[in-house]
Design a protein around this ligand. Sequence first.
Ligand SMILES: Cc1cc2nc3c(=O)[nH]c(=O)nc-3n(C[C@H](O)[C@H](O)[C@H](O)COP(=O)(O)OP(=O)(O)OC[C@H]3O[C@@H](n4cnc5c(N)ncnc54)[C@H](O)[C@@H]3O)c2cc1C
Length: 380
Amino acid sequence: MLYTIIGAGIGGLTTAIAFEKYGIEYQLFEKAPALNEVGAGIWLAPNALQVLEHLDILEEIKTKGNSIDRITIGKPDLSSLSDTLQNEVKDTFGYSTIAIHRATLQQLLIEKLPQEKIHLGKAFKESKELNSGRIEITFDDNSTFETDFVIGADGIHSKVRNQIFPESKTRYSGQTCWRGISDYKIPPDFEHRGIELWGNQIRFGISKVAKDKTYWFAVVLSNVNKKDKKELTKDTLLRKFSDFDPLIERLISGTPHERIVKNDIIDLAPLDNWYKNSICLIGDAGHATTPNMGQGGAQAIEDAYYLSNLINDKAGENTFRLFQQKRKTKVNQIVKKSWSMGKIAHWKYGKGLRNFVLKNAPQSIMKKQMMKMYHIEKIG
Ligand SMILES: Cc1cc2nc3c(=O)[nH]c(=O)nc-3n(C[C@H](O)[C@H](O)[C@H](O)COP(=O)(O)OP(=O)(O)OC[C@H]3O[C@@H](n4cnc5c(N)ncnc54)[C@H](O)[C@@H]3O)c2cc1C
């Protein structure tokens, strides 16, 4: 049986690596003519790392990325509202979250795959079921390809999804995010920390991703930003975060303009189903979440793990249905919680109460929730 993966993002590439491990026959098609990830960092939480360990990529990720030993939500002056040490996570899994440059992660994933199975410059246009029961995919260049199954891993604006579930809808959070990789070297005290500072309806995140490279992100309400649309990104940001600790100014100033990317923050309204007949969605194509919990990529990676294991173990059964059953509850909870967290972080009123709750929330409850999210079932 041949599986055709559409999209060489985190989800598609990890699925291909898992298919390689189990000897599942596949081909991967990507619309971009070359694989060049955006200039930003990504946090890989321990649930993602367990899968990458299972796929024998963890050691390279550890070497090229940076371990986060403490996660802080703080005020603009860098004082902390909530601090979660990652000792228990490390004791349980052997590692905590790793922050890494996206391009480095992409490179590590691609290197694990036979290049002849990756077809670049091939944008999925549509597919149809043939009388034989197989599927014929047509690409934008009008070339076609026949397969038994399609895995739609083509991201939040998925064409595969739009074909099988045209009623699906993305939701706009009202927030915009800038991300960059700065050459400014953060002080040693901050090197192994993931920090998010909550100000007056704006927030700023920081973590080291490699030697002398610091990833940052800045989130603002989009309506606040509308009038600034034509201005230089860096000037706009510097002005908005001028009452934050001077470290923020140094990080933004130390980032070349071309290393700053801007995205509106959107997610996907939960779908009733992630599959239809022989086509299944994974990652952002099926369940994109807002980035507030740093879990979108991790969930795509978890999808790769469970789907490949089910295909390997349950050949002959409806593996797409089993996959959806296994994954949907957890994913939907993350999508919902992440959406609320984004709203709380930007509250206009009741900031005092929000900060009080954050400062006094029992660590034990927060840790319990975190450990539950990081859990994945051991298979094999
Ligand atoms: C600001 C921000 C910060 C984030 N931070 C984190 C974080 O710290 N940790 C985390 O785990 N997640 C994070 N995420 C989420 C994470 O980036 C996504 O969840 C993840 O990239 C989803 O992977 P994917 O493979 O499903 O989709 P994508 O990474 O979007 O990949 C989709 C691929 O499909 C290709 N494609 C699209 N259309 C077609 C087509 N028609 N034919 C063929 N190919 C096509 C695209 O070119 C792309 O290569 C963040 C997201 C944002 C926006």
